[in-house]
Ligand binder design. Structure first.
Ligand SMILES: Nc1ncnc2c1ncn2[C@@H]1O[C@H](COP(=O)(O)OP(=O)(O)O)[C@@H](O)[C@H]1O
Ligand SMILES: [Mg+2]
Length: 237
């Protein structure tokens, strides 16, 4: 199966290796048009390796990855971004000495043209408009995360991959970031949201996958999921 042209993501039998070590085992995962899919799992479960493989940034991967009918395994990272798949990477990866505006513009330059413009990002995150001429390193962690999210959105993705956007941030800031997700969805953008915070992650998701030691341990809909069952598949044992 290669996936239909309107299917944001179809991953089949994905394995990711670091040397001899297999960090991701036979993962099957799909994202339907308009869906927010959350991936939960403990530290080391393979979440970041999974997203890196989608973006063709993994050291070595096997299996099949299609987005919008395109075979991502045959594409470079810039081609994938240009085709409408953008990543908010773990740890933000901003250019610390470039300004907020310069960091944001990178997303616009590498992405597709579309309805998300710099002005719209500033309207969603007014604090970034105020600080647009400041170097990214002068911003708080939460503001830096807003820049990382804004940069990915400026690529006008059809599928947005978010890797632990709330990690290490104060709850009020996490709330500000998560408040943007309905606006992103309203643009017709499908999403994968990776979080260690299970409660927050399930609150926004249409469906979830739990990863345990590199494999999918549980798939479901948040409203059908029992907390004890999720915790057992999150921690194992
Ligand atoms: N660059 C790397 N080299 C070797 N092992 C790695 C590397 N990156 C991740 N791993 C290992 O792969 C496994 C999955 O890591 P990762 O994908 O970062 O998990 P998560 O994002 O769920 O915390 C872990 O055991 C981790 O130690
Ligand atoms: Mg990670």
């Amino acid at each position: 199966m290669s996936g239909a042209d309107d299917e944001p993501l179809r991953v089949e039998k994905l394995n990711v290796y670091y040397g001899q070590f297999r960090a991701v085992h036979d993962i099957d995962l799909t994202v339907a048009a308009g869906e927010i899919v959350s991936v939960i799992g403990a530290n080391g479960a393979g979440k970041t390796s999974f997203l890196k493989a989608i973006m063709q940034q993994a050291d070595r991967a096997e299996g099949s990855i299609h987005a919008f009918g395109l075979n991502l395994r045959t594409m470079s990272t810039p081609q994938i971004v240009a085709a409408g798949v953008a990543l908010v990477p773990e740890g933000r990866r901003l250019f610390p000495s470039l300004t907020v505006a310069e960091n944001l513009r990178i997303g616009w330059e590498i992405g597709r043209r579309g309805s998300i413009t710099l002005d719209r990002i500033y309207s969603w995150f007014p604090v970034l408009a105020e600080r647009r001429d400041q170097p990214a390193r002068r911003l708080s962690g939460g503001q830096q995360q807003m820049v990382a999210l804004g940069r990915a959105l400026l690529a006008n993705p059809r599928l947005l991959l978010c890797d632990e956007i709330s990690l290490g941030l104060a709850p009020v800031v996490v709330g500000q970031l998560y408040d943007i997700l309905p606006k992103i969805r309203a643009e017709g953008i499908s999403m994968i949201v990776i979080e260690q915070d299970v409660v927050r992650s399930l609150a926004v998701a249409d469906r979830f996958y739990c990863f345990l030691e590199g494999a999918v341990s549980l798939v479901g809909r948040p409203q059908d999921a029992n907390r004890d069952v999720i915790m057992r598949h999150y921690f194992g044992g």
